[in-house]
Design a protein around this ligand. Sequence first.
Ligand code: FAD
Length: 400
Amino acid sequence: MTTTVAPGTGIECDVAVVGGGLSGTLAAIMLGRAGYRVALVDRNAVFPPEFRVEKIGGDLVSRIERIGLLDAVSANAARFDEIVNARRGRVLDRTRTPHFGFLYENLVAAMRASLPETVTLIVGRVNDLKTSSDRQQVFVHEQGMVEARLVVLATGMGDLLRRTLGMERRVIHERQSLTFGFDIRPADGSFKCSALTYYGERVSDGIDYLSLFPTVTGMRANLFTFRDHRDPWVKAFRESPTETLAATLPGLRKVLGDFQVVGRVQNWIMDLAVAENCRQDGVVLIGDAYQTSCPAAGTGFSRLLTDVERLCHVHVPQWLATPGMTADKIGCYYDDPAKQAADASALAQAKYRRSLTVDTGLAWRVRRLLLVWRRRLVDRLGRLSPGTVARLRTLSGRPA
Ligand SMILES: Cc1cc2nc3c(=O)[nH]c(=O)nc-3n(C[C@H](O)[C@H](O)[C@H](O)COP(=O)(O)OP(=O)(O)OC[C@H]3O[C@@H](n4cnc5c(N)ncnc54)[C@H](O)[C@@H]3O)c2cc1C
């Protein structure tokens, strides 16, 4: 149910979720399914076309299936089961697992369409929060108030409400990465593969990889770089994306076919940051509101899913079963080992992807070479006939 709160009036519920992007909507679904009365407040009735995660695969697909939301995700997404991985005009190997490509606004819309009856979606901008160890008040601009036992803050990278609560944002790495999103079409006929991950060709280019994948509207591209946003290359790429991409990745046409970048090139400069002073009465942070992720590492979705699962399946039921909502209770969520491991792993992977792309130290140069060789070798071994594999095993002294 979508509604507004009339000025001077209020709505009462168990949990008020502020922010109806991916993390807030998932939290509202899980809490609503558990039978809690939830108010989900977002400033937009429909999530706008903003650039965020656009592809999922691997373990994340199984996790989404386990929470019963894969049908919703796949309804407005394109499924693909093979990704060609290539570099310098040569195929390295192929990834064969189910993947889905989508536009973020469609993903959020599909999630919102899955909200159970117990969730009320309120469209409006929250401009103030009053929190305490018992009841919380959420004030919606030019509307009324939502009263709840707990506020879940899922406002993404926006700082305003966190600052209202005296929470800091500790920047771990300013301008850690620069990511581009755009549509790409074959210049003649069709592409040579339905999905492609193409790695940067030279360290000096600062390109980690270009990910090409289908969505329901055609082929989409995410270009993950660790370049400075003021670099002249960035300007050149925005002005002439097709030519700049072809010049920077000269082997791309060989594995993909001739291409043309079409429409608007979106870009995003990511600061890696984590919220501090968030162990407070009555309010808890999830998703990007708690910690941002490096797009190239592809950990944002899985990290926020861990936040939501641990919060909604483990902690909220315990908190609501006893009176009060003190900072001590809330602290159990931030101390949760599964959450801490997901947060730490996301930061470690962000650091790793950046070093693997731009670090010129000997250790990283060797690591890059070994990675490419290992992938080629594993791919070739995988293509050998069972008889050859058995003979190789015998030669190496391993049982066939
Ligand atoms: C360019 C880019 C590429 C990415 N690529 C990947 C990837 O490939 N893989 C991956 O796993 N992750 C990726 N990520 C990360 C992932 O997209 C995010 O972690 C995820 O979208 C965060 O969701 P969220 O719900 O926390 O925030 P958001 O989706 O930003 O939602 C925040 C919501 O809060 C609402 N809001 C804010 N303030 C208020 C207010 N005062 N009142 C009411 N509503 C409010 C907003 O309207 C919005 O709906 C990428 C991120 C970016 C930026």
